[in-house]
Design a protein around this ligand. Sequence first.
Ligand SMILES: [Mn+2]
Length: 383
Amino acid sequence: MRLNRKNHILGKTSVDTFLKKYWQKKPLLIRNAIENFQSPITEKDLFYIAQDEEAISRLIEYKQGLWQVKYGPFEKSDFPKKKNAPWTVLVQNINHHFSFANSFLNLFKFIPYARLDDLMVSYATKNGSVGPHFDSYDVFLFQASGEREWKISDQKEFSLDKKSAIKIITNFRSKNSWVLKPGDMLYLPPNIGHWGISQSDDCLTYSIGFRAPSTFEIQSKFLDFIQDSLNTNKNYLYKDPNLNLQKDPAEINTNMIKKIQQTVNQLRWSKNLINTFIGQLLTEPVETAIFQRPKPISLEIFKKNLSKKILELNPKTRMLFIKNNFYINGELIEVDKKYAAYLRQLANNKKIAFKPSLDKKDLNALGITLLPLYLSGFIDFIQ
Ligand SMILES: [Mn+2]
């Protein structure tokens, strides 16, 4: 399945209308988001990835009136027979494993990369479901094979099943329902109750998930970041050469209070420092991501490759920028302004081909900047 740039994933809805009227606001059903879609990822692929140590996967079954969940990695024998009670397997970060899945995410470029999380794929047998629930994040639910009925609700108050190992709404009231066929897609903003039920034994759904840091996460991680960037002299101790005798020795005297208040108020952070924090926070790789280091090569050989081959981001790599500052997998990359355009291109397109005409000095400067990223396994050449 080739995805060309003409595929406009939102159907008749323009990107402007989508952002204005639907994004983070209300659900949107898109029939035929991709025409004649045939999933290059099969259920077999999914079962294979679910056995990988690095994969985040779940198996959900509804048995004896209870929703049950098992977490991967799985063994082949862990998957029930199709004839058994309905079941679902969900595998996250499929874009790390299949180049098709990675390029599929490019169809959602109208949302900034900093908000994009991953492509999750789920397989369900007929009647398989993860139950009525709501999520805290935006999601596009793309039907890749088979059929799934989606019911959505407009309720604001949910009661949750306390006995269940997964989040299940017990008072779910369906407002709309649709059967999605291959190529159809449903967008849901956060906190909309939804219930998807497979209608066939070949049901594959792609979930394009988004992420949003919580205020608590931003603030607590910022305090950690500030702690790490403190350059206060550790040998400087509190002093009180003008100490006076005080009536109550247990009382903390006003001089001490004032001095400690001043010390706390000395903590300052510039906008630049906050930007560095933002870049690092938003490019922190997925927790389970492991970057394989390539065989070390010299700067000379790396430069030769740079001038001939296409350089691409590892699918697990997150690269973003703020003006001329680049962040890749939580690291700040300092680069001369002159070369920023190349790095912007690499970040936006996730790949770059340098012109063979690049002069020696430029090739050298880019080589010095990019080689450490290559040696960390963050970037690689397309073979
Ligand atoms: Mn959901």
